[in-house]
Design a protein around this ligand. Structure first.
Ligand code: GTQ
Ligand code: FE2
Length: 366
């Protein structure tokens, strides 16, 4: 039996809807969840899948003004088609063939590059040409001009991470092509000027940087793998922990490398306990093989593989070798806003499924 009140209530909902008003009480439980419900899902993109496709792109797609970059973005299937690795982070594989250049531009999103394979590329960051070698981290902070030049004959592959989804959510995207003359910045006589300026400074924090938000970015534009590895070696010699971590730090302030982005390197030699924390992360395997259990799903990985760990997902990592993994996260933003939370779970997760990476056509037809 429909009462008078029911009819009136239906009329109320209809009239609210017609004037663009939404009653909270019908959506409270969707909005105010007990714990974070990221839309992105744990996911892995394997090097075996990405590299043949990147090579086909090198053959078929020139790098030109307009398209700007030959970049394959990690598109998390949970994000409804958005080209983001996780809700707050862009992650991608970028490649250049021999003697190719990617034109200079600048934009409000900040970016980092972690080099995977190849030699010969330098990224010029506001006039400072930074020579890139495998394992190096290069910063191209917000509104800094940057172009990539492959001065060698071989192809090169690296991981790109950007805060683009965060800057887009804040409706603050700006982009400018380099005004010239020429599509690239002039090549300076001396390369690696920032590296020389900050040589010997403190460039890493054991564990994680915990300072409040720094409104600026590191002026050191390149962190060398030899230095990163030496930091991991030092920690490894002093501890029995299965997972060791160093965070790349601004040599002037000790803060994260950028206001929005934290970069860390991990050494895994055993099995870590599961940890969950707020904030999203993308992991990039540099060396060694291992596996990670994320919310009960096992992801097996090796060099060049990239995987997404969404906010509050329980993640534990394992390697029987001495594996090295680069991690990009949005942790500085969570810390600055008082939203960072972390907990270690007491026991290993039960593995309920094993992730099978999607393979590319080249592999399937082989
Ligand atoms: O290399 O400048 O993956 O502007 C996305 C946007 C790389 C870059 C990306 C970019 C770049
Ligand atoms: Fe860019």
């Amino acid at each position: 039996m429909t009462t008078h009140v029911d009819t009136e209530l239906q009329e109320l909902y209809r009239d609210l809807d017609a004037v663009d008003l939404q009653p909270l009480w019908t959506i409270t439980e969707q909005l105010l969840t007990p714990t974070p419900r990221p839309r992105s899902v744990p996911w892995l993109w394997s090097a075996a899948t990405m590299k043949p496709l990147a090579r086909r792109a090198i053959r078929l797609v020139p790098v030109e003004r307009g398209g700007e970059r030959r970049v394959l973005s990690l598109r998390n299937p949970g994000l409804g088609g958005l080209p983001y690795a996780v809700g707050t982070l862009w992650g991608a594989m970028q490649c250049l063939g021999g003697n190719e250049t990617a034109p200079a531009h600048r934009h409000s999103p900040g970016a980092i590059r972690f080099v995977l394979e190849g030699e010969g590329v330098y990224t010029t960051v506001n006039g400072d040409a930074c020579d890139m070698h495998p394992g190096d981290l290069v910063l191209t902070p917000s509104m800094n001009w940057h172009d990539h030049v492959n001065s060698g004959d071989g192809e090169m592959f690296w991981f790109d991470g950007l805060d683009l989804p965060m800057v887009a959510a804040l409706d603050s995207i700006f982009f400018e092509p380099y005004p010239g003359p020429g599509e690239n910045q002039p090549e300076p006589a001396e390369h690696n000027a920032s590296e020389q300026a900050y040589a010997g400074g403190t460039r890493y924090a054991d564990g994680a940087v915990t300072d409040a938000l720094s409104p600026t970015h590191s002026k050191l534009m390149i962190y060398r793998w030899a230095d990163t590895r030496a930091q991991l070696d030092r920690l490894a010699a002093a501890s029995d922990e299965p997972l060791l971590s160093v965070e790349y730090a601004d040599p002037e302030t000790g803060a994260s490398v950028m206001p929005t982005l934290a970069c860390s390197a991990q050494r895994i030699r055993g099995r870590s306990l599961p940890v969950r924390h707020t904030g999203n992360a993308v992991h990039v395997v540099f060396s060694g093989h291992g596996s990670s259990v994320i919310e009960g799903q096992r992801f097996d990985w090796g060099p060049g593989d990239m995987f997404a760990v969404p906010s509050w997902a329980a993640a534990e990592h394992h390697s029987d070798e001495s594996a090295e993994v680069f991690v990009l996260s949005d942790a500085p933003v969570l810390r600055a806003l008082g939203l960072y939370r972390e907990e270690t779970l007491p026991a290993a997760q039960t593995v309920t499924s094993v992730f099978t990476p999607r393979s590319d056509r080249t592999e399937e037809t082989q």
